[in-house]
Ligand binder design. Structure first.
Ligand code: GTP
Ligand code: IMP
Ligand code: MG
Length: 339
């Protein structure tokens, strides 16, 4: 598919990193770009026995020939960005837009000191909210003004639109989840500092909606949330632990609150994103016998019944089912379901 967007359907941490890295590894797109808020995100990629927790770089880095980009709407923390370039060995094939906003130490301090932000909203403390506030005031520094970022700067929107016009395929990665959107949450102010839907990813990168061919919405087989705000059907931590679904957050190390899969929210997420496909992750944590399985028929019966219920209720095909944290732990039904 020439232009595919991957976004989260619940409250972030659905496993977008896993899904994007699988797609890159399998399909080897010409280019991949990250949209979303910035280094508040933590995308976990488990590849060739190593675990990467990417806060800035596109998870598609696992495909060695794929060119990597970060769109103009994404905030850059130069320290985090440069550390990840080194860690992944991507220097020479990663570029950022000159218009990316820049997070400075003062934004991180403000985020962490603010009772409203870190106390009430429960932010990640990475400076994203205060930096986006300055962006709205038009006083925030942008990437082209920062010396250490100079060699990475390009016109991301132009490069990617030209790639699409030349018939190359590109993979776009969102961050956070639909219901952390600044606009599309029912729980304001318990949300992030920007929209997080597929439309926002287009705008972050500079690709018009007409060029998008596929929108893959990622859900976990259950729901998790970190930070403040309501979580319908929230399970006591003890119960979540017993069920094997108690998780620790990638960026902040906090415990992720957990609840059963929420069909009502999922339906709304399908609508808000115009999703064309669904990817379900962490099926093995709900149904341990699913771990590492690569074919649908080999899944335990209750896992298959869950997938059928998801398709039935959401009227959208489940084209990928992730059965473990590693890139290759995936049941890929795209050929079967889309032809
Ligand atoms: P944000 O942009 O921060 O929302 O992150 P994300 O959607 O990329 O998810 P994140 O990596 O923070 O969290 C997902 C967690 O689930 C990580 O620890 C992954 O390694 C893990 N994971 C993803 N898919 C699977 C799976 O199918 N099975 C298991 N067991 N773990 C998985
Ligand atoms: P901020 O984006 O750091 O301002 O945090 C605002 C809210 O969004 C808090 O509840 C965070 O826990 C949540 N949040 C932000 N980014 C992520 C993410 O990548 N995964 C999960 N939750 C996130
Ligand atoms: Mg995360």
């Amino acid at each position: 598919m020439p232009c595919t967007i991957v976004v989260g359907g619940f409250y972030g941490d659905e496993g977008k990193g896993k899904v994007v890295s699988y797609l890159a590894w399998r399909d080897k797109p010409y280019a991949a770009a990250r949209g979303g808020v910035g280094p508040n995100a933590g995308h976990t990629v488990v590849f060739e026995g190593r675990t990467y927790k990417l806060r800035q770089l596109p998870s598609a880095f696992v495909s060695k020939d794929t060119r990597l980009y970060i769109g103009a709407g994404v905030l850059i923390d130069p320290k985090v960005f440069l550390r990840e370039v080194k860690e992944t060995g991507c220097r020479g094939r990663i570029w950022i837009d000159g218009n990316c906003g820049v997070i400075e130490e003062k934004h991180i301090e403000e985020d962490r000191k603010s009772k409203h932000l870190s106390g009430r909203v429960g932010t990640t403390g990475t400076g994203c909210g205060p930096a986006n506030a300055e962006r709205a005031l038009r006083v925030l520094k942008i990437a082209r003004e920062v010396d250490t970022l100079r060699e990475y700067i390009t016109d991301v929107a132009l490069v990617l639109n030209e790639a699409l016009d030349s018939g190359y395929s590109i993979l776009l990665e969102g961050t956070q989840g639909t219901f952390l959107s600044l606009y599309h949450t029912d729980h304001y102010p318990y949300c992030t500092s920007k929209d997080t839907t597929a439309s926002a990813v287009c705008s972050d990168i500079g690709i018009g909606p007409r060029k998008v061919t596929d929108i893959i919405l990622v859900f976990k087989a259950y729901t998790t949330r970190v930070g403040g705000g309501p979580l319908e059907g929230e399970l006591p931590a003890e119960k979540a632990k017993e069920m094997g679904i108690l998780e620790i957050a990638t960026v902040t190390g906090r415990v992720r609150r957990a609840a059963p899969f929420n069909f009502k929210l999922a339906k709304r997420a399908i609508m808000l994103n115009s999703a064309t496909q669904i990817a379900i992750t962490n099926i093995d944590r709900m149904y341990p016998a699913a771990y590492g399985i690569k074919s649908y028929d080999a899944l335990p019966k209750r896992a298959r019944e869950f997938i059928e219920k998801v398709e039935d209720e959401l009227k959208t095909p489940v084209t990928m089912i992730s059965t473990g944290p590693s890139v290759e732990d995936m049941i890929d039904l795209r050929e079967e379901k889309l032809s």
